[in-house]
Write a protein that binds this ligand. Structure first.
Ligand code: SDX
Length: 426
């Protein structure tokens, strides 16, 4: 008995076509429509890809209804509690947690690539001093394509590896330099005696004029924030990196494309937008007014940090971030933090509102992350930059997975044409 699953499609012209149904290891089956156009002379239509799988992947699994997020099978809550960002990076890239030796080798390799080619620092002086750090990050990462020519042959696994390590290692350096430039302070070089998150704090907050004491609570909180933002399946920026990479483009240019996509307020830019929204709400008395605005169809306002294309339950990352926020605010004796109190009350009122319950809108990863980053001392303009620093390993892991797949093809969607029929130019 042929146990292959199929889906039958009855076409308007009476033809019935059969399409294979494929099962993954977790999650819903998919209908393979690769042959649809050839069989039916029709395309599918799914702007926003709400019902479309773009690829096979072994890296991350999300169950939006249950609020489950797995990286190579491990729960995000467990990784945030027990792993480190670089260990999780190794897991995302290679598929398994590293042995003690492999972890040491990986950490040392990343550490040996934290410095930038000194010429790259000239780019910063070309920006206006009020340039948004995401604009600088986008520009400088793209410019890396003009420097590291020995790591751009995407068909060479060793070159792909060195390009990947350079990006993971240099993103904190590039990000910190963007911040230093914006406040007119000297760049701080990486310090290879510090771990990844300590080094980032040092490059952002230390100044040559005095000793900088790294707060271990803040370094640990930052490392967990990086873990929680490292990867998230086929989100907009990861899909951007995959599509850019599918043409064989330079790896640094592909990551720059991912940074550009992440910057949007509907995606990674939401963490910055949440803080701006909470400041605009200003008082618990105003929350109901803003919730009503978010529900008003004629008002484009949305509760930033709420809702998600996939999660129709609580984003598991938001739960962990709320706990981290409590810990960091306690460290700073800020437990009566106005923004945090506002966020918790907003969450409580929204989650008890029929509109949000009916549309299954819950806090997402961006709702509490900004409160933590602000309490550590990061400016709001760096929030999405920190998201990009973390997500680089996710982008890189998906890029490598796609390039290593012998069957991968250039991404080239079709369309429903609604323009003018052919007409003569008189
Ligand atoms: C990230 O994809 C990922 O995985 C992304 C991410 C990752 O790690 O990579 O998880 C990171 O980007 C998190 C999301 C951050 N963005 C925000 O917090 C911005 C606010 N949220 C929304 O704009 C929205 O919820 C999206 C963009 C996140 C999801 O939008 P969808 O899936 O396209 O859903 P939708 O816009 O179709 O909304 C469904 C309904 C709509 O009402 P109807 O048209 O059906 O009447 O819910 C409403 C929306 O109006 N709605 C909201 C809302 N989000 C959705 N209403 C009020 N406030 C909101 N925040």
């Amino acid at each position: 008995m042929n146990n292959k699953k199929i889906a039958k499609l009855n076409l308007p012209n009476g033809k019935v076509i059969e399409l294979p149904v494929i099962s993954g290891s977790l999650g819903p089956d998919v209908i393979d429509i690769t042959s649809l156009y050839r069989q039916a002379d029709m395309f599918t239509f799914d702007p926003g890809f709400t019902s479309t799988g773009s690829c096979k992947s072994d890296i991350t699994f999300i169950d939006g209804d249950q609020g489950i997020l797995l990286h190579r099978g491990y729960k995000i809550e467990d990784l945030a509690e027990k792993s480190s960002f670089l260990e999780t990076s190794y897991l995302l890239m290679y598929g398994d947690l590293p042995s003690k030796e492999k972890k040491l080798e990986f950490v040392n390799s990343i550490t040996m690539h934290t410095m930038l080619n000194e010429q790259i620092s000239n780019f910063y002086r070309g920006f206006k001093d009020n340039a948004h750090p995401m604009a600088i990050l986008c520009g400088v990462v793209g410019a890396m394509a003009a420097f590291y020519h020995d790591s751009t042959d995407i068909n060479n696994a060793d070159e792909r590896k060195i390009a990947s390590y350079r990006l993971i290692a240099k993103m904190p350096t590039i990000a910190a330099m963007a911040y230093k430039f914006s406040i007119g302070q000297p760049f701080v070089y990486p310090n290879n005696s510090l771990n990844y998150s300590e080094n980032f704090l040092n490059m952002v907050f230390s100044v040559p004029a005095e000793k900088y004491e790294i707060n271990p609570i803040f370094a640990d909180a930052l490392d967990k924030i990086l873990i929680l933002h490292a990867d998230h399946e086929q989100n907009a920026s990861t899909s951007t990196v995959r599509l850019a990479g599918s043409s064989g483009a330079n790896p640094f240019a592909c990551i720059a494309a991912g940074i550009a996509s992440l910057w949007g307020p509907a995606h990674g830019g939401a963490n910055e937008a949440v803080i701006k929204m909470l400041n605009e709400i200003e008082s618990i008395d105003n929350i109901k007014k803003f919730i009503d605005k978010a529900k008003d169809k004629n008002d484009s306002f949305r509760l930033m940090g709420f809702g998600h294309r996939v999660y129709k339950n609580y984003d598991p990352r938001a739960r962990v971030l709320q706990k981290i926020a409590e810990k960091v605010l306690k460290e700073k004796h800020l437990l009566d933090n106005k923004l945090f109190d506002l966020a918790k009350e907003l969450e409580y009122l929204a989650l008890n509102d029929d509109y949000f319950k009916e549309k299954k809108l819950y806090p997402n990863v961006d709702f509490y992350s900004g409160i933590i980053l602000k309490a550590i001392g990061f400016p709001v303009s760096l929030f999405t930059v920190i998201f990009a620093v973390a997500r680089t390993v996710g982008w890189i892991s998906h890029w490598n997975e796609m390039i290593s797949d012998q069957n991968s093809k250039i991404g080239r969607p079709r369309q429903l044409y609604t323009g003018k029929p052919q007409r003569e130019l008189s």
